[in-house]
Ligand binder design. Sequence first.
Ligand SMILES: [Zn+2]
Length: 425
Amino acid sequence: MSKSRRVNFLKSTRKILAGNAGHMCSFYDCGKPTIGPEIKGDGSVGVKGIAVAAHIYAASPGGPRPPVGLTDKEIRAESNGIWLCPDDALKVDTFQFDYPPELLLEMKQVRVFAQSLALQNPTVSFMAHSIGMKRLDRIVRKHLPDLDKEKIIDAVKAAYIRTEIAHSTVEIPFPTASFALASAQTLSRVIREVMVCANRRLQIEDQVWRDVIAEWSVHFGKFLRPPHKRGSISGRGFAKISARNPQTGEILKGGVKAGAFVMLYYGDDLANPMSKQIMLQHTFKPFSPLEWKLNVKPTFGTFEVESVLTFYKDVSPRYGVLNNERKSFESYAAVLEKLTQGWEPIGYVGLSLGEGNEGHDYHPTPVSIVCEIEPEEFESRTRRCERVKLGYEIADEFGATMNFTSASLTSPSLTRRYQRQLQIF
Ligand SMILES: [Zn+2]
């Protein structure tokens, strides 16, 4: 192999790499689509892609992850390629030491395995769209290195049920064990019933979106001067996150009150809610890592809603001196406990702009949130919560104020460290 020459993939190899990745970026948690229709200059329809068949071992000796000892044939082989979007292809080459060959091979293995499962297994094929391909990839990734198919399919079912429960207001009338494609009839009945629940919930929630849009329009309207052009306007708002028992409908009192970034995209007609789109996010804070992302888009006379709950950084109450911070932590701990027990997250949207202090207005109707937190994540967050609680208890015992440090939240010799870090006032 000459020093300057690049050994590129053949077109046929690129096609295999793209197809095996389902034309999606294989980079962890990216999953961007990389192909779609193209309208040509003469109005005819074509197809165009934007991704890159990236080399795991470089195409030339001087490239990232040099192909030491590989023949040209091995360098251009399918086994040396991974399908990535342009951003991630650049990333893995620029930071080559963060992305060694083993990691790229692992990402490829996960994407290809998930794609194959989604294509061939009827259960996964049916549920993948509902839970999302990114989440399917995450489930597969958690089952490395064995990639036990049965366990993965079980995890997909569990994720699907969690997603569907989050969209319904009543108990889903079937036990988990019966949820098998063996009985297609059972499945379609279940889906019908879930759909009925979901529709009822959607009608109620549509009214919430209309109210929120109307209220936000009033507050944002102060900053707008006619004639309005299409655009967006953003500000500080607030939200409350709580939990609901999916069986009884009981709602946890209190909940986490959080500030939020809110945004209103307005159409030509400010008075018409059906021309507006709203967004709410950044609800996490040092004392509660719950991140509620809400996107509401009017579509066909109803609203298309993306409402998901994830964790941001773990709770890090470094400055545990203020009483309201402790209160805020305790409300988070209460919500976390319920979610861990299988309650579904729900949210209340603030009706005005501002800091969301006591006495602010929330819409009284709770809206559904899809829980995108995996059970394992709950475990580690709960452990962290227990440490913070213990810290507060020790501080109470000593009549002191707790000064949390990152060590006090992670160290195994917990009590000793806590005692050293207690600051007596
Ligand atoms: Zn990507």
